[in-house]
Design a protein around this ligand. Structure first.
Ligand code: AMP
Ligand code: GLY
Length: 423
């Protein structure tokens, strides 16, 4: 089969690595890809949100399956575009249609969805320009801290946690005034939950689902989980505090009602559902849904999946996940993300990367890299995800951290404490 994989991050590099191992994979095209994906297939530099360009590529390369990594093309309707195009309609798409991607594309929708299906989540209320005064009054009596969320996609920046009523009211006005563009024209005001976060993933075929290994991601830039939020500085899988009892609560209280809820609302969901969860006491709550895999969680999750990933995708596209047996390695995976100096603020690109050949016992999944005249250079804030799989979490963490130290580029930074808090 010929596969077209959309995206250019560490998540897509891990997908490309795994898909390229499948005997069923004849040709793998990654659009646009990065220096890492180029070793598993052919990169083609197009903008994934330009659906006509994706179509031209799919036809030229005689694609048999489209796998969509990031959320944006899904929320914009790339799956619908394929279904509604005569020449593309026969190509299965891994990733939901717009009606399903809205779980991530609209936090207001997802909160109402959870309410309809009794799925545990923080109490919330949504406000727009129309009921701003009601929102101001609501905030005045809200317990602190208060969580304000832009309804739409805001490149991971649309969530504010505020410890002061006046400031929350000011921010509500600013958000409705366009601080996050159109994404903030509806604002979800939410109760703050205290607990520890984890990420749980399923692949759904619309009726059935398989649960993938769970993971924990480390979002802050600084050691000891301090400083600014990033896309993710590292991850581990499995998650030590997610024991069998807790995982089964997640399945019964969250996963099943979500998959059944989608089906009962007539939403035919083929693709990943990423449950961003928080453990409060002994109970799981949904912080957010995403319509894709997590990054850098994928770089710890994929190496633990022993099945042929393409066969898994085929089963999903044929709605045959009901009979699918997923095989998960009992080993521990750890991922350390190497980032550009200055990230998540301003940073430079184009720094030559050396030392990749010195990595001993990890996978180097490229995140923000490019090949220029045979030299691998930095091309983003998150540059390389270094993943190790070992018998124990401690060994995996040690190995990934040691290998991350073997790579060099000007301004390089990584956290040396990923996962050690859980041991
Ligand atoms: P989100 O974009 O919804 O994942 O939010 C970004 C981050 O904000 C989450 O990963 C949490 O750390 C935090 N957060 C969001 N909602 C809440 C909440 N209701 N209570 C506590 N923390 C939250
Ligand atoms: N690592 C969190 C995310 O992918 O959104």
């Amino acid at each position: 089969m010929n596969i077209l994989l959309i995206g250019s991050g560490g998540r897509e590099c891990a997908f490309a690595w795994k898909l390229s191992q499948s005997e069923k994979c004849d040709k793998l095209i990654i659009a646009p890809g990065n220096a890492g994906t180029a070793s598993y297939g052919k990169n083609v530099n197009i903008n994934p949100n330009d659906f006509e360009a994706v179509k031209a590529l799919a036809l030229k390369e005689q694609i048999d399956m489209l796998v969509v990594g990031p959320e944006e093309p899904l929320v914009l309707g790339i799956h619908d575009f394929f279904v509604n195009d005569e020449e593309l309609a026969h190509i299965p798409v891994i990733g939901p249609k717009k009606e399903g991607a809205i779980l991530e594309g609209s936090k207001d929708f997802s909160k109402q969805f959870m309410e309809r299906h009794n799925i545990p989540t923080a109490k919330s209320k949504s406000f727009t320009d129309e009921n701003l005064n009601e929102g101001i009054a609501y905030l005045a009596q809200h317990t602190l801290p208060i969580v304000l969320k832009a309804d739409g996609l805001a490149a991971g920046k649309g969530v504010l946690i505020i410890d002061n009523h006046q400031e929350a009211q000011d921010e509500l006005r600013l958000m409705l005034d366009g601080k996050f563009g159109k994404a903030g024209s509806t604002v979800v005001v939410e109760e703050f939950l205290t607990g520890i976060e984890l990420s749980v993933f399923v692949l759904s075929d619309g009726k059935n689902y398989v649960t993938l290994p769970e993971a924990k991601d480390y979002k802050r830039i600084g050691q000891g989980d301090t400083g600014l939020n990033t896309g993710g500085m590292g991850s581990v899988s499995p998650v030590p505090f997610a024991d069998a009892t807790f995982l089964s609560k997640i399945e019964e209280q969250i996963i099943k009602p979500t998959v059944n809820g989608l089906a009962s609302e007539g939403i035919d969901y083929t693709g990943f559902i990423f449950f961003g969860l928080i453990k409060v006491g002994d109970d799981p709550y949904v912080i957010e849904y995403n319509c894709r895999m997590g990054d850098p969680e994928t770089e710890s999750v994929i190496p633990r999946i022993e099945n042929d990933l393409l066969e898994l995708f085929i089963a999903s596209s044929k709605k045959e996940l009901g009979n699918y047996q997923i095989k998960i390695s009992p080993k521990n995976a750890a991922t350390v993300m190497i980032v550009a100096g200055g990230y998540p603020g301003e940073y430079e690109k184009g720094k030559a990367i050396s030392g990749l050949e010195n990595i001993r016992d990890s996978y180097a999944f490229h995140a923000g890299t490019t090949l220029e005249g045979g030299v691998v250079k930095t091309n983003g804030g998150r540059v390389l995800a270094i993943s190790s799989v070992k018998d124990t979490q401690f060994e995996a963490l040690q190995s990934a951290t040691a290998d991350a130290a073997r790579i060099y580029f000007d301004g390089k930074y990584f956290r040396e404490d990923i996962g050690f808090d859980l041991i």
